[in-house]
Design a protein around this ligand. Structure first.
Ligand code: GAR
Length: 208
């Protein structure tokens, strides 16, 4: 059984999707062991508590640098024997100290079809604002392994939805969450926990 840590910074609907998937037995060979937040008093922490999952807060402002915060995070992950780290709406920059220990073992959900609308400054609602400004006809979500370069690690799963004529950033965000993110993230985590993801260069093979 692999120990999963979920990193959050906000509302935690993706965390909720993981909690619900676990309750349905859909996270095969994995257990949500801890939820770590970069900020106190976010609703994601309430979701974890309701589900009986231990929580921990590592406020970025308590550390002099991103590196200081990352080192504290890695210590915590090691202490809990965490096997896989899931960024579910985690909005804090981490440094290579994390990937040195968790190589191809940090998974992120991004609310666009990477490499579109990705990289520094592309997070949360901004992503959907940019997609609408650009006028794309489809958008979606990507689950990928996290590497040092922002939003550029090997892609595990992607799913697209149509952009509709009257979409606002909020309606597009909601459709992408419901139809893509909340499905893809638990699926990818379950595949990882079953050792069914093999990274070959930039490509992730999904083993049967
Ligand atoms: C989600 O849409 C997630 O994909 C996005 O933030 C939202 C968090 O919502 N993440 C990023 O933009 C990371 N670059 P949640 O807290 O309800 O899961």
């Amino acid at each position: 059984m692999k120990n999963i840590a979920v990193l959050v910074s906000g509302g935690g609907t993706n965390l909720q999707a993981l909690i619900d998937a676990q309750a349905r037995g859909e996270i095969v060979n994995g257990r949500l062991s801890i939820v770590i937040s970069s900020a106190p008093e976010v609703y994601a922490l309430e979701r974890a508590k309701k589900a009986g999952i231990p929580t921990c807060v590592l406020p970025r402002k308590n550390y002099p640098s991103s590196q200081g915060m990352t080192v504290a995070l890695v210590e915590k992950l090691k202490e809990l024997a965490i096997d896989v780290v899931v960024m579910a709406g985690f909005m804090t920059i981490v440094t290579k100290d994390l990937f040195e220990v968790y190589n191809n073992a940090v998974i992120n959900i991004h609310p666009a079809l990477i490499p579109s609308f990705a990289g520094p400054g592309c997070y949360g609602l901004h992503v959907h604002e940019k997609a609408l400004e650009y006028g794309v006809k489809v958008s979606g979500a990507t689950v990928h392994f996290v590497t040092e370069e922002c939003d550029a690690g090997p892609i595990i799963l992607q799913k697209a939805v149509d952009v509709l004529p009257n979409d606002t950033p909020e309606t597009l965000q909601r459709r992408i969450m419901e139809q893509c993110e909340w499905k893809l993230l638990p699926q990818a985590v379950s595949l990882f926990c079953q050792d069914r993801l093999r990274v070959e260069g930039r490509t992730v093979q999904i083993l049967p």
